[in-house]
Structures are given as C-alpha cells and as structure tokens.
Design a binder for this molecule. Structure first.
Ligand SMILES: Nc1ccn([C@H]2C[C@H](O)[C@@H](COP(=O)(O)OP(=O)(O)OP(=O)(O)O)O2)c(=O)n1
Length: 136
C-alpha cells in the first residue's frame, strides 16, 4: 500500500504499461476527445510548473533530499508522475514510440559529446560546468 492505494507488486513498470493505463483511463471516462496533442502539451507544461513550485525559493537542495519529510517526497513523486504520464500520453497521441526515440537520443548524445579519453573515470564529472553544461 502506498498512501492508501494498492500497487501491483509483480507489475513491471514500463512505458508501454503507462501508455496502456493512460489509454484505459481516457477511454473509461470518454476523455479521448480532450487528449489532443495540443491539450496534452499544455497539461504537461502546467504539471512542469507544479513540479517547479516544489523547488521554488528553496535554493539548491542536496541530492537524495535527505531533509525532506515523507509527505514532501510523496508530493514530489506525484508531480513527477503527472509530467511522465502526460509525456507518455502526448507521445502516444503523436504516434511517437517514446522508448525507442529516447534510446536513439541517448546514442545521438553520446556521438555529439564523445568521452574525453584523458579524463579518468574517477573525475569524469569535472568537465561539467556548474550549470550542468559540458565545457567541450
Ligand atoms: N483530462 C485529464 C485530466 C487529468 N488527467 C490525469 C493525468 C495526470 O496524471 C492527472 C492530472 O490531474 P489534475 O489535473 O487533477 O492535476 P493534479 O493531480 O496535479 O491536481 P492539482 O492540480 O489539483 O494539484 O490526471 C488526464 O489524464 N486527463
């Protein structure tokens, strides 16, 4: 049980499963007509705003969020999920295989940003600037 909601223990979470769940959710409510690409994109952006609000004015927070209360982390999980679910649904309604597209993009990223052989594995993060951008 998580927050009073039962989660199938044996269920493997995949993008396909989330896609199917969103499809069922929309069909069961006759909401398919509302799930147009533009509506979904606006809903996605709205949820990104809600996610941003959680971090707003907090300053930088340490990885793992060690000082956050359980309720705050649960709220964060909910907003992250809203973003993911709308992204999955938007991709589906645009006829894009998100899993395949993302895997291809990871490969394109690796070609665009080759590993610098002079950087050892222990300090390979040192070529990343404070804003997360690569210096190369
Ligand atoms: N037309 C809709 C409305 C909702 N949802 C689903 C996808 C999201 O996961 C979640 C969004 O629901 P809300 O719009 O109620 O947003 P929140 O859950 O963030 O609630 P609130 O904005 O009150 O915090 O529900 C959907 O698929 N299609």
């Amino acid at each position: 049980m998580t927050g009073g909601i039962e989660i199938g223990k044996e269920e493997q979470v995949t993008l396909d499963l989330l896609k199917k769940k969103m499809d069922d959710f929309a069909k069961e409510r006759d909401w398919e007509r509302f799930h147009s690409p533009r509506n979904l994109l606006l809903a996605l952006v709205g949820e990104v705003g809600e996610l941003s609000e959680i971090f707003q004015w907090k300053g930088e927070v340490p990885k793992g969020l060690p000082d956050w209360k359980e309720e705050e982390k649960q709220h964060l999980g909910e907003e992250l999920s809203d973003v993911l679910l709308y992204l999955v649904r938007l991709s589906d309604m645009c006829g894009v295989d998100l899993g395949k597209a993302a895997l291809r993009k990871v490969e394109l990223n690796a070609i665009k940003y080759p590993i610098n052989p002079t950087i050892s594995s222990s300090n390979k993060n040192n070529n990343v600037t404070e804003d997360g951008g690569s210096e190369n």
